[in-house]
Write a protein that binds this ligand. Structure first.
Ligand code: PEP
Ligand code: MN
Length: 360
C-alpha cells in the first residue's frame, strides 16, 4: 500500500502517504498480549493500536472485557512503541477513564450509535477536548441514526471526527457477519464529504478469508482508512477469534492492496472514474441480489398457485403493477419504454419459473 490522495482534516496531521491503519486485537486480554501485538505492529503501516476494554456482547455470558485495567496496558504499549492508542467508549464514565489514560482515539460502537441518549451523554463528556472520535455505523441500516450521532458530536464541539463502516445486521443469513450495504456510507459521505471514512472489514466479514477483498473494495471507493482486528494468536483470541488476522498477515495485506494515486489531471480523471465504476458495481450487485429475492417470492407464489390450481398469468394484477412502476420510474427520470422493457423481462422470467413449478 503506498501513497494516498489528499488526506482530510485531522488526518493531515498524521502526514501519512497511505490510508490510515488502525490495528490490534478485538479485546485486550492480558498485558503480555497487548504488548506483544503492539510490538509486532511497529513494523506495519499501523498508526493506531486498537483494543476493546469494555466489550458490549450481544448476549451476556461471553468475555466482557478486562475493564479499566486494560487502559494501563494500552498506555504502556504507547510508551514502548509510539503507536497511538484507541478503545471503544460506551458511556461518560468510560470517556473519563480513557481521558485519564491518554487514549488518543475513541470509537463509538455500533450498539451505542443506535442510542441518541448515550451518544448525547458521550458527546457532552468530550466537550472541550480535542480527541479524535470515530463513529461506527449503527447495527441496523439506518442512515439517520448514523448522521444523528455525527451531528451530536459536532454540536458538542467535537470536530476531530471520522466514521467507521462495520456492516449492518440483517435477519437473513448472508456470507457476511454484517452486510456491507456499501451504498449507505456513500450516502453519508455525500452529506459530510470531509469526514474521513474508515472500513472495519473484520466485523463485516466475521471470517478471515474475505478481509483482503473487503479492504480492496474500500480503497477502490476511496476510503481514508482501515480498522483491522489483529491478534498474535487469532485462533486463541478471547473474542471474535475467527475474524482476526496476525500482524504478519496485516503487513502482507497492506503490501498487496492497490491504492490509486491522485497525481495530475489524467490520473485524477482515472481515479474518479474508477471510484464511480466501483459504485456502479456495488449497485449492479444489489440489483442481482434483489432480482434473486424477487424470483424466490415468485417461486413461492408458483407453489401456492399449483396447490390451489390457479392459472400462472394474472393479467389484471400485472397491468396494475406496470402502471405503478411507470409512475415511480418517471420520478427517477426513467422512461416508460425502459420500465416496460425491464419489467416485461422480469415478469417473463417469473412466468418461466412458475410454469416449471406448476408442471413439475
Ligand atoms: C469492536 O470493534 O470490537 C466492536 C465491538 O465493534 P462493533 O461495535 O462494530 O460491533
Ligand atoms: Mn470484535
Amino acid at each position: 500500500m503506498e501513497n494516498k490522495k489528499e488526506l482530510r482534516n485531522w488526518l493531515n496531521a498524521f502526514n501519512l502517504n497511505h490510508p490510515l491503519v488502525i490495528a490490534g486485537p478485538c479485546s485486550a486480554e492480558t498485558e503480555e498480549q497487548v504488548l506483544d501485538i503492539a510490538h509486532q505492529l511497529k513494523d506495519s503501516d499501523a498508526t493506531v493500536l486498537r483494543a476493546g476494554i469494555w466489550k458490549p456482547r450481544t448476549r451476556p455470558g461471553n468475555f466482557e472485557g478486562v475493564g479499566a485495567l486494560g487502559l494501563k496496558w494500552l498506555q504502556k504499549a504507547k510508551e514502548e512503541t509510539g503507536l497511538l492508542i484507541s478503545t471503544e467508549v460506551a458511556n461518560a464514565n468510560h470517556v473519563d477513564l480513557a481521558l485519564q489514560h491518554d487514549v488518543d482515539v475513541l470509537w463509538i460502537g455500533a450498539r451505542t450509535t443506535v442510542s441518541p441518549f448515550i451518544v448525547q451523554e458521550i458527546s457532552e463528556s468530550l466537550k472541550g477536548t480535542d480527541k479524535i472520535v470515530l463513529v461506527k455505523n449503527p447495527v441496523n441500516p439506518d442512515l439517520a441514526l448514523w448522521l444523528g450521532a455525527v451531528e451530536r458530536f459536532y454540536a458538542s464541539g467535537v470536530t476531530n471526527l471520522g466514521v467507521i463502516h462495520r456492516g449492518f445486521s440483517t435477519y437473513e443469513k448472508t456470507r457476511y457477519r454484517n452486510n456491507p450495504e456499501w451504498q449507505l456510507p456513500i450516502d453519508l459521505q455525500n452529506r459530510f464529504p470531509d469526514l474521513p471514512l474508515i472500513l472495519d472489514p473484520s466485523h463485516i466479514a466475521g471470517r478471515r478469508d474475505i478481509i483482503f477483498d473487503l479492504c480492496q473494495t474500500a480503497l477502490d471507493l476511496n476510503y481514508d482508512g482501515l480498522m483491522i482486528e489483529t491478534h498474535h494468536n487469532p485462533d486463541k483470541a478471547w473474542s471474535d477469534a475467527s475474524q482476526q488476522i496476525t500482524p504478519a498477515t496485516l503487513i502482507q495485506y497492506t503490501k498487496d492492496l492497490r491504492i490509486r494515486k491522485e497525481i495530475g489531471d489524467a490520473t485524477e480523471f482515472k481515479n474518479k472514474i474508477n471510484t464511480m465504476r466501483t459504485k456502479i458495481d456495488v449497485i449492479d450487485h444489489q440489483i442481482i441480489d434483489m432480482l434473486g429475492k424477487r424470483m424466490k417470492v415468485a417461486d413461492d407464489i408458483g407453489e401456492l398457485k399449483k396447490d390451489h390450481n390457479v392459472a400462472v398469468l394474472q393479467t389484471k394484477r400485472w397491468n396494475e403493477i406496470l402502471g405503478k412502476m411507470i409512475i415511480q420510474g418517471e420520478d427517477k427520470n426513467l422512461s416508460e419504454e425502459f420500465i416496460l422493457r425491464v419489467f416485461k423481462a422480469v415478469h417473463q422470467e417469473s412466468i418461466n419459473h412458475q410454469e416449471k413449478i406448476i408442471n413439475s
